[in-house]
Design a protein around this ligand. Sequence first.
Ligand code: SF4
Length: 446
Amino acid sequence: MTSPRGSYFIKTWGCQMNAQDEQKMASLLQAEGYAPATSARNADVILLNTCSVREKSAEKLFDFLGRLKKLKTKSPQAVIGVTGCVAQQEGEAVIKRASHVDLVMGPRRIGRLPELLNQARARSVAPRSATVDTALNDLSAIFWDGGRGVRSGATAYLTIMEGCNMGCTFCIVPRTRGREVHRAFGEIVAEARRRVDQGILELELLGQTVNAYRDGRQSFHHLLEAVAIIPGLKRLRFTSSHPAFFTPNTAAVMAAHETICPHLHLPVQSGSDAVLKAMRRGYGIAEYFRRLDDLRQRIPGVAISTDLIVGFPGETEQDFRATLDVLSQARFSQVYAFKYSPRPGTTAATTCDDDVPDSLKRSRLARLFALQEEISLEENQKLVGRALPVLLSGPSRQDADVASGRTPCNRVVNVHGARPEQDMGRIMMTRITAAHRHSLSAEPSV
Ligand code: SF4
């Protein structure tokens, strides 16, 4: 596709907040007359939208930048930009390490992208200099939604809050995204209505600690309910919840509205109270289970997924076994687990020794995954023979001729017999025919 302004390519790493930031940047660039390019090689503007939560993501950025060096030599007018959390955290240091970068922009500056890009373009040829903007205090464009923010045909993200006021010792997010800022209640509901009127079937409310949302006397559960009752909305999700803010009121609203999907992502991070304390998570395991049990009583069969860190400083074999016990007891539908790695600028990195050897972290992670895979398979097997609605989002990863989508409980289903292109964006009633560790197979049911 050609366009008067040129073309853009955005590569995104990390969480859904980053995925939504990509949508915002793409909408802003299209409004300025840029067209999407299929690869970095044929783009006039290349934006690398980064994540700094794990060490590997920053490494991936600099690997990618290394590969772009030749391209910049060949086409000096191409603008290379780094956005997202690594940009926020490293600022000028990105330029020191990769001098061919033209623009470094923090996540709170996205609304200024067109202006910063013009500046960077003007400075991208000799005598060149880079544009760096990582201010955290300008909130003017933070909740700008950039068009529909569509993730797939019928699903959209909606950011309701940004930043985080918690101080988990392993996490860099409060530094890179700043303190919490909450979008106005009425604005969110109006935006949700607009999206549904545009044909969106599934909305996902986003925030780093989404359930810490407040606007005056309105709390998260008020907002959840106000969005859940929008006529025409079929599915409502939210992520990521923090266990300390997951209230019985939220559980009650989830149980009361069919539109709210029976799935909760509730990061536990560790099964050991001692480790949770060292992480400064603000809850203990007994409290975590109280919240889970309350929700399960209200919504039988609700799926719970979680995040876990293995090998946090000081984690003993006993602490790790407590984590395995939590897996056995909680029977999560899905677990996202990582080895601890110290992130520069976090409390844990500056005050704790990274004293669990890497080989031990690896073996603990392998033990954890082995147990969870058994649990996931057993939980998936319980669904075989059931009739479940699947919102189809495109072809399956393994077979482009098979359509894939998600159940309300957020399980991936490959529907044999549905058409990947034509049925995309449709909610199809299916019958589950087989269970696997990470997905289900199904056929359309009549
Ligand atoms: S709650 Fe903790 S882990 Fe989550 S974003 Fe905030 S500081 Fe990071």
